[in-house]
Design a protein around this ligand. Structure first.
Ligand code: MEV
Length: 438
């Protein structure tokens, strides 16, 4: 048990599984079965997946669902979502339908700027460094030409390079703060390659820069990496309608409903404990589409949450208002997404997701993803301020328990009715099922 191994990566897949199950599982034979039941042996898919990461031993499936009826800027979409959490796709679909009849979602990309930084230590005179920066900047850009020329041909590339003095917050610390336009690519590889080239040139050219004193030639690059904080790669999405169209079963007047929604949004704006959960609900929609379209959800998560804290306190990301009889609900979020490069051309399901979304540009995908987030938040708040979130969840929970217990379709139908007015727990469901079978 729990042994160290050298050269694990060099073992074959079978050997890796043998070693793993023998050393880390109680019942190696049944563990092997679990792993292998997810293999896809009938197509080339398995080899493809094996090569996405290192030490692959099997696949980890997530459900892939569709939320139809999204009207975005006058165009209809059926949105693919990869997510394991029940109720999310249903909530998205419900919100889509609700807004479909009220003009749909309006979305607008406010900026596409990507960011990367070369972090370095310099112990010399600041003015000399500034002079050096002016001297070296064109050399940085021309050294990166082999990397940037294709992107430039399509209208993208390096937008700017700035020298930033951070010595007030960290001794001798400076940055090259660089901005990029990466068009339909998320651009991580492009940006990191450019930055590493900048870092090389920055160090080398310092050796011969005439205005540097001997002790100023040492530029100590700590690291070169893109930033996942992209506050100017921003999309705005909105829904609005006259208040009297906000008819719901649960409220006496549409105005009461609108007011409750605004209150819920205001609470998330000023109360971090609520804001985190509020935003988690937004990310239910965002991540599911980001994942289905082969984008990096960790990058998106990190960037969105940083944006939620940009004013010094973590805050809810959506806004709501009632103005002159109109209910407005909107959000601005940063999203660095790609529809070319990365997995987009490699992963057949990602490719299909993009086709389902009518092969969007990165800008269009930003709009679709943000809409999924806004819809999700609308649906969550609507449940929270009316029936409470558990009603929907419990229905799914009940089905999960019944499935585990091997209930038939007929059992499920009867018990769904029975539990409409009763509390769902494992034991109450078990008892009810036993009772039904008697
Ligand atoms: C659950 O995944 C998401 C919610 O908690 C979001 C929210 O509270 O707004 C329902």
């Amino acid at each position: 048990m729990n042994t160290v191994i050298e050269g694990f990566s060099k073992l074959t897949k079978e050997e890796k599984i043998d070693w793993l199950t023998k050393n880390y599982t109680k019942n190696p034979e049944s563990s092997k079965k679990v792993l292998k039941q997810y293999w896809n042996t009938e197509s080339k898919i398995q080899k493809l997946h094996d090569e996405f990461i290192e030490n692959t031993i099997t696949n980890y499936y997530l459900p892939f669902g569709i939320a139809p009826n999204f009207l975005i800027n006058g165009r209809l979409y059926a949105i693919p979502m990869a997510i394991e959490e029940s109720s999310v796709v249903a909530a998205a679909s419900k919100a889509a339908k609700f807004w479909l009849e009220k003009g749909g979602f309006k979305a607008q990309v406010l900026g596409m700027e990507k960011i990367g930084q070369v972090h370095f230590i310099y112990k010399g005179n600041r003015q000399n460094l500034e002079k050096y920066f002016e001297y070296v900047k064109p050399k940085l850009i021309s050294a990166a030409k082999p990397i940037t020329q294709n992107m430039e041909r399509r209208g993208g590339g390096i937008s700017n390079i700035e020298l930033k003095d951070k010595t007030e917050v960290l001794e001798n610390y400076y940055q090259l703060h660089c901005t990029f336009e990466t068009l339909d690519a998320m651009g991580a590889n492009f940006i990191n390659s450019c930055l590493e080239e900048f870092a090389k040139v920055l160090k080398v050219e310092a050796q011969t820069f005439p205005s540097f004193a001997e002790n100023e030639r040492e530029i100590d690059v700590v690291m070169s990496i893109l930033s996942n904080y992209v506050p100017d790669c921003l999309v705005r999405v909105e829904v609005n309608c006259p208040i009297d169209q906000l008819e719901t079963e649960e409220f006496v007047t549409p105005y009461e409903f609108a007011k409750k929604m605004v209150q819920a949004v205001e609470i998330a704006k000023i109360e971090p404990y609520r804001a985190v959960t509020h935003n988690k609900g937004i990310m239910n929609g965002v991540d599911a589409v980001v994942l289905a379209t082969g984008n990096d959800f960790r990058a998106v998560e990190a960037g969105v949450h940083a944006y939620a804290g940009k004013d010094g306190q973590y805050s809810g990301l959506t806004r709501a208002a009632i103005e002159k009889g109109i209910f407005k609900f909107w959000m601005e979020i940063p999203l660095a997404l790609g529809t070319v490069g990365g997995l987009t051309n490699l992963h057949p399901l990602v490719k299909l997701s993009l086709e389902i979304l009518q092969n969007p540009t990165a800008k269009e995908l930003m709009q679709i993803v943000a809409v999924a987030g806004l819809a999700q938040n609308f649906a969550a708040l609507r449940s929270l301020v009316t029936t409470g979130i558990q009603q929907g969840h419990m229905k799914m929970h009940l089905m999960n328990i019944l499935n585990q217990m091997g209930a038939t379709e007929e059992d499920k139908k009867v018990l769904a009715g029975y539990f409409k007015t009763r509390t769902v727990t494992h034991s109450t469901v078990k008892e009810a099922l036993e009772q039904l079978r008697k």
